[in-house]
Design a protein around this ligand. Structure first.
Ligand SMILES: Nc1ncnc2c1ncn2[C@@H]1O[C@H](COP(=O)(O)OP(=O)(O)OP(=O)(O)O)[C@@H](O)[C@H]1O
Ligand SMILES: Nc1ccn([C@H]2C[C@H](O)[C@@H](COP(=O)(O)O)O2)c(=O)n1
Length: 227
């Protein structure tokens, strides 16, 4: 199950809205390393299952869906990252809160997680990889040289998500966003397989009240200091 590549890996785990995607992309760009958005894989499987009308209570059917779903990451002409699910550009649908909740639900199934392991290991290529998710440092890349766990108060994470959606012209209620974030945290942290938790050796950064630039600088300092 474990990757045999010797390319260095920086894992960035944390709860929803802690800034994993934003920080990981920036750090990967600065280091010139590859980037794995592992949450997008779970979101893609949740979406494919919905498209195909798969019964989410049927563990074998959802695992089979995870094994046949084709997921491709590619930049568009403007350099913006897009995600294709079974050949269809699903980038916008993947970011919906409903898709995140579906992903969180199917991610609790051991068969689904097993189906996605090889795909995640394949991202480990020279000169290095920044991998963001919930179990990057604990399960998928336990031998990573650099491990970070980002967190922030649930209230701040809900405000960030609220601002992000409002900027996109999507009107949402802050309280319901907060409720969804708390529910997702609980599901991700309390499942039996690969729960959301920091690896023992991870550097924990509480980003509450800390801007993006400062967080990027702290993560880069961790790498430059040698982990
Ligand atoms: N330190 C920060 N300060 C203020 N805003 C931030 C910070 N980090 C991230 N954000 C903003 O918060 C929002 C959510 O960030 P992001 O999508 O990176 O989080 P995430 O942890 O990857 O979430 P998810 O797990 O749900 O994908 C974005 O709009 C981002 O710009
Ligand atoms: N390594 C991962 C990544 C994601 N998940 C699950 C749990 C999350 O709630 C959901 C969506 O992730 P996001 O895109 O918000 O990072 O996918 C997981 O279990 N393990």
């Amino acid at each position: 199950m474990q990757s045999t590549s010797s390319s260095p890996v920086l894992t960035i785990d944390g709860p929803s809205g802690s800034g994993k995607g934003t920080i990981s992309r920036r750090v990967a760009e600065t280091l010139g390393w590859h980037y794995l958005d592992s949450g997008a894989l779970y979101r893609a499987v949740g979406l494919a299952a919905a498209w195909e009308g798969v019964d989410l209570d049927d563990d074998e059917a959802v695992e089979a869906c995870a094994r046949r779903t084709r997921i491709r990451f590619a930049d568009d002409a403007a350099g913006e990252p897009r995600v294709f699910v079974n050949g269809q550009d699903a980038t916008d649908e993947l970011r919906l809160e409903t898709t995140g909740a579906a992903a969180s639900s199917i991610a609790a199934k051991p068969g689904v997680r097993a189906a996605l392991v090889d795909m995640q290991h394949d991202f480990r290529q020279p000169p290095g990889l920044v991998a963001d998710g919930r179990d990057m440092g604990t399960v998928i890349f336990p031998d990573a040289a650099f491990k970070v766990f980002l967190t922030a108060s649930a209230a701040e994470r809900a405000e960030r998500r609220h601002k992000q959606l409002m900027d996109k012209g999507v009107s949402v209620n802050l309280d319901s966003l907060l409720g969804e974030i708390i529910a997702r945290d609980e599901r991700d942290a309390n499942r039996a397989v690969a729960p959301l938790k920091p690896a023992p050796e991870a550097v924990i950064i509480d980003t509450t009240g800390i801007g993006i630039e400062a967080v990027v600088a702290r993560v880069l300092a961790h790498v430059h200091e040698g982990g």
